[in-house]
Design a protein around this ligand. Structure first.
Ligand code: WTA
Length: 640
């Protein structure tokens, strides 16, 4: 498909037009500190900050601090400050798995629920700095649980409900959580998810002091005396006011675990003040937010997108945010659009994988619904192919709604590269240009900065308020992972092309991270799950192109002497990965092989494994450094 350019649609009356954007960019250049302090005014501070960024990416002087002398409480910014004028405004629209079975929650109701939960946490001895795990469905109490932690200064760590008990236990251990907030069960796509049972299995390995169980289905679940509290039993006795803790801007707000290229998942730590400013600012800029919008981000709160654009970004801005507890194909493939019509959704933000899956079903399920309320569409999580972009724009948005392709990461806290819908001409497949104040650079492997149109590794040269502050418990790993490859710069792990118009085209990860349906999976984690099986000697995992998921997982496995590979072992291995990590990390293909291609020094040549997984049969480049070049032929013969 040739590159097309879409100007801002004529009917789209944006708050921020081209002139405003140019002014924002100039202001960010002219006086960076003043610019960021200006953005910080979006937040109600108990003590307003007098300084903006205080940071250095250099090893000797390494530090990242924003608004460091400011103090605030983020739950106050999400709730209390809206009460006087907008207490009755809808904060959350809970859209349950069954269409129409949800409810709305006003700002006042969310405030009260948050205070109840905060008081319950306090009564269980939880306070400033304590870690609280949240393993919940997409119900309003989940947002209230996050906000309750923020209110009392506890650090939340939300774990996606698709992670296995073993993964949950690993995270509890890593951050030494005192408390777990969960629900009896979840329901998705008509299927029940045994959340409390999973929690109990996790806690068998690593216990916590308190488990709060919110009722979602009302199922009766085992409760451990002294540890487990049924929220429904105590809710009405809890006070609906709770004095907020005054937090320093740099106090941690949350930990969110994400996969990297090596080792176990990292606990990404975000700050209170800088993150608040970034979530608030980017939500306003990128989504052109207006008070009558109904904003729907389909992400789960178990991922960063759910943190920043289901909960914090919308609520700081006093918006109405949809919390969706279902899936795009239940009860049918028209679910998104039926819901858009019923709720009057104006801004819709989802992942390319969902768009591709729906596109495959044809235009019918979209056209069956009106979608006239929509005015803006967005995507996040992975590169969007121009065909899917075009379908989203043409069929879903009726060529009326700008499509904002937003690039960012768990580590960045919020969007960094994205169009402004009212100011940026769009190119399908490009995240377009950096937000004001964001300074991307492309570098080659020899540390050279590339100018003009070029392809290279994407780095960011200057800090921004929403940048992660550390890896929980391992500050050295934080520096090594992100700041050692290109000294003085933040290295994103993504490859990127910049065209002659200065537009950025993210090409995907250049490290050993696989992006499956927008979920980050570390190859090392899957490999270590596979080799945990007693029959497996060695495993190497790579990504391969997948029509719907973007990438799928392809695992090469060598077995111990005397073991036979076959379908029953394949399903055992998939089971093993499901148990250690979760269903989303299950390999699509398992290729048993007598040996892996290794250099004489023993390093696995993943380049070759990737090519074979992609279906290539030649063009493997220089294979002369392989200890045994005949391995390649054996691998080709055994292709899955
Ligand atoms: C990828 C999700 C292309 C990228 C917010 C990044 C994207 C990783 C885009 C982060 C996009 C995210 N275009 N690629 N618009 N958005 N990515 O931490 O590889 O789950 O590094 O954060 O997703 O995934 P994460």
């Amino acid at each position: 498909m040739s590159e097309s350019v879409h100007p801002v649609p004529t009917g789209f009356n944006a708050r921020i037009g081209p002139g405003d954007l140019a002014r924002l960019r100039a202001a960010a250049e002219d006086d960076t500190d003043a610019f960021w302090l200006d953005q910080a005014r979006r937040i109600d501070w108990t003590a307003p900050p007098t300084q903006a960024g205080d940071w250095s990416f250099d090893e000797q002087d390494f530090r990242i601090r924003w608004f460091a002398d400011g103090t605030l409480n983020l739950s106050v910014n999400c709730l209390d400050r809206h009460l006087a004028e907008h207490g009755n405004r809808t904060a959350l629209i809970f859209e349950a798995d069954e269409p129409g079975a949800g409810r709305t929650v006003s700002y006042r109701e969310l405030y009260e629920e948050t205070c109840r939960l905060a008081n319950l946490l306090k009564s269980r001895g939880i306070g400033r700095g304590d870690r609280v795990m949240i393993y919940m469905p997409m119900i309003p109490e989940a947002a209230a649980a996050m906000l309750a932690c923020a209110r009392i200064g506890a650090v939340h760590s939300v774990v996606f409900g698709g992670f296995s008990p073993d993964s949950v236990a690993g995270r509890i251990e890593d951050c030494d959580a005192k408390c777990m907030i969960t629900a009896d069960e979840g329901v998705r796509g008509g299927k029940v998810i045994p959340l409390k049972r999973n929690v109990d299995a996790a806690l068998d390995k690593r216990d916590v002091e308190t488990v709060i169980v919110v009722s979602r289905t009302g199922a009766s679940v085992p409760m451990k005396a002294g540890r487990d509290v049924a929220y429904a039993d105590v809710r009405d006795s809890l006070a609906i006011e709770c004095e907020p803790e005054v937090m320093a801007a740099e106090d941690p707000l949350f930990i969110l675990y994400t996969s990297g290229s090596t080792g176990k998942p990292k606990g990404v730590v975000h700050s209170t003040g800088g993150y608040a400013v970034w979530a608030a600012t980017t939500f306003d800029w990128v989504f052109d937010y207006r008070p009558d919008d109904i904003f729907w981000c389909t992400a789960d709160i178990g991922w960063i997108t759910g943190h920043s654009y289901v909960v914090y970004g919308p609520l700081v801005n006093g918006a109405t945010s949809v919390m969706f507890d279902g899936v795009p194909n239940y009860p049918d493939f028209g679910r998104f659009w039926e819901t858009v019509d019923r709720l009057g959704v104006t801004i819709f933000y989802t992942a390319p994988t969902a768009i591709r899956a729906l596109m495959r079903e044809g235009d019918g399920p979209v056209k069956a619904h009106k979608r006239t309320s929509l005015r803006l569409l967005g995507t996040v999580g992975e590169p969007i192919n121009p065909e899917a972009w075009d379908w989203y724009w043409r069929v879903v948005g009726d060529q009326r709604c700008p499509v904002v392709d937003t690039w960012w990461q768990t580590e960045t806290g919020g969007i960094l590269i994205s169009p402004f819908p009212g100011a940026t001409p769009l190119k399908p497949g490009s995240a377009t240009q950096p937000l004001p104040g964001i300074r991307p650079l492309l570098l080659d492997p020899d540390q050279q900065v590339l100018d003009g149109p070029a392809s290279g590794n994407l780095c960011i040269a200057a800090s921004w308020p929403g940048q992660m502050r550390t890896v929980w418990g391992d500050h050295d790993r934080f520096f090594q992972t992100y700041f050692s490859t290109y000294p003085g710069l933040y290295f994103t792990g993504d490859g990127c092309r910049r065209d002659a118009d200065g537009y950025y085209w993210i090409t995907g990860r250049v490290d050993d991270v696989i992006n499956v349906s927008g979920h980050r999976i570390g190859t090392a984690e899957v490999e270590s799950a596979l080799v945990a099986h007693p029959k497996v000697a060695e495993a190497a995992v790579v990504g391969f192109p997948h029509d719907i998921k973007g990438q799928g997982i392809y695992a090469y496995v060598t077995l111990n002497a005397g073991e036979e590979g076959g379908d029953s072992l394949r399903s055992d291995l998939v089971q093993q990965v499901r148990k250690d990590i979760g269903g989303m990390a299950a390999p699509e293909k398992i290729h048993f092989t007598p040996s892996l291609p290794k250099t004489r020094s023993g390093k696995i040549m993943r380049r070759i494994l990737r090519k074979i997984a992609e279906g290539e049969t030649e063009g493997f480049g220089d294979t002369s450094t392989l200890a045994d070049p005949s391995v390649v032929d054996a691998l080709l013969a055994g292709r899955k």
